[in-house]
Design a protein around this ligand. Structure first.
Ligand SMILES: Nc1ncnc2c1ncn2[C@@H]1O[C@H](COP(=O)(O)OP(=O)(O)O)[C@@H](O)[C@H]1O
Ligand SMILES: Cc1cn([C@H]2C[C@H](O)[C@@H](COP(=O)(O)O)O2)c(=O)[nH]c1=O
Length: 228
């Protein structure tokens, strides 16, 4: 029986890599599917992973009806046995409902990949609907880590090293250093998310003669790589 599976984790935990691997494995066994994405960092109509792999993908625009898309493929004699849906946090709730219908009424497997919450810890509307409707929610095996060494659970938005908690929900970006004044992201454990303690802020505090180690949450200095 087909399933709607939501592979969900923080940024940079390997979701897009897994999406590409799953597509590869299905295709290697002669199955035919569609690969979709929305607002990938690498640009339009591409699904890219930080490991360097990428492939062409169908860009999901807000007005795209995913049910109609699959029906149209079938009408043209193209068999669809699975869907890979990356960056699914950006899909509309209606599109997620269309995915569930595709699973139930067409018996097609749908594998969705995405982050659950934004930089304010609020659920993206698409992710909320996926959590509500998915047969299974699966956490990728590779953990992204906070600078302190703990498992990262939150996505922080950072500008010039400082965490921001206000702004547009959607700003496409990466976890690498961004040019001055531009948005980048850093994954943090909850403790450091709550304290707004990015790696940059922790380094600044550690350098200050006024700060005791306790102020860093008994954590080692950034880069030390052990848990506090
Ligand atoms: N140079 C590298 N060598 C090995 N693994 C890497 C390298 N760069 C990135 N990665 C892996 O890729 C993961 C990010 O993969 P990606 O699929 O882009 O993540 P996501 O889609 O969840 O944001 C990192 O957590 C890391 O495990
Ligand atoms: C937290 C957060 C993230 N985004 C954007 C940033 C990236 O373009 C994607 C996540 O991609 P990844 O493959 O999981 O790294 O989402 C955003 O727009 N708003 C946010 O709050």
């Amino acid at each position: 029986m087909a399933e709607l599976v939501f592979f969900s984790g923080t940024m940079d935990c390997g979701k897009s890599t897994l999406a590409l691997q799953m597509d590869h494995n299905h295709r290697a066994r002669g199955r035919t599917g569609l690969v979709l994405t929305k607002h990938d960092r690498a640009g339009e109509s591409v699904l890219s992973s930080r490991l360097g792999l990428s492939r062409e993908a169908l860009e999901v625009r807000d007005d795209l009806d995913l049910w109609d898309l699959v029906v149209e493929q079938a009408t043209h004699g193209r068999s669809v046995q699975y869907l890979i849906c990356d960056e699914s946090q950006f899909y509309t709730p209606q599109q997620v409902e269309q995915l569930a219908r595709i699973v139930d009424e067409m018996d097609i497997d749908v594998y969705a990949f995405g982050i659950t919450a934004d930089f304010r810890t609020e659920l993206f509307p698409g992710s909320r609907r996926l959590i509500e409707l998915a047969d299974r929610i699966q956490v990728p095996q590779v953990e992204a880590l906070c600078w302190c060494g703990r498992r990262a659970t939150h996505n922080a938005r950072v500008v010039d090293g400082h965490m921001v908690v206000e702004g547009e929900q959607v700003v496409v970006g990466d976890t690498h250093d961004a040019p001055a004044g531009q948005v980048e992201y850093e994954v943090l454990c909850r403790r450091h998310y709550m304290r707004r303690m990015t790696s940059h802020a922790a380094r600044e505090q550690a350098g200050s003669p006024d700060v005791l180690p306790f102020d860093l949450g008994l954590c080692p200095l950034p880069g030390a790589g052990t848990r506090g």
